[in-house]
Ligand binder design. Structure first.
Ligand code: ZN
Length: 63
């Protein structure tokens, strides 16, 4: 199942978006984007929490 993540949903004025299969790689990509484009180094755990807070279930990919 795909998960659509839009950077603007996480507080940035940015058109970056991901629409890919729900996986740890998807979370990594969003985390890298925050770091490279916005200079903010979130942990994977923090990004996972942010996505979960928006109502997306990530249970299927939790370690
Ligand atoms: Zn962005």
């Amino acid at each position: 199942m795909n998960l659509k993540l839009r950077c603007e949903d996480y507080g940035f004025e940015c058109e970056f978006a991901l629409d890919e299969e729900k996986s740890i790689e998807l979370i990594r990509k969003l985390r890298e984007h925050f770091e490279e484009e916005h200079g903010i180094e979130y942990t994977i755990e923090a990004v996972t929490q942010m996505i979960t807070n928006r109502g997306h279930s990530l249970e299927s990919i939790k370690k």
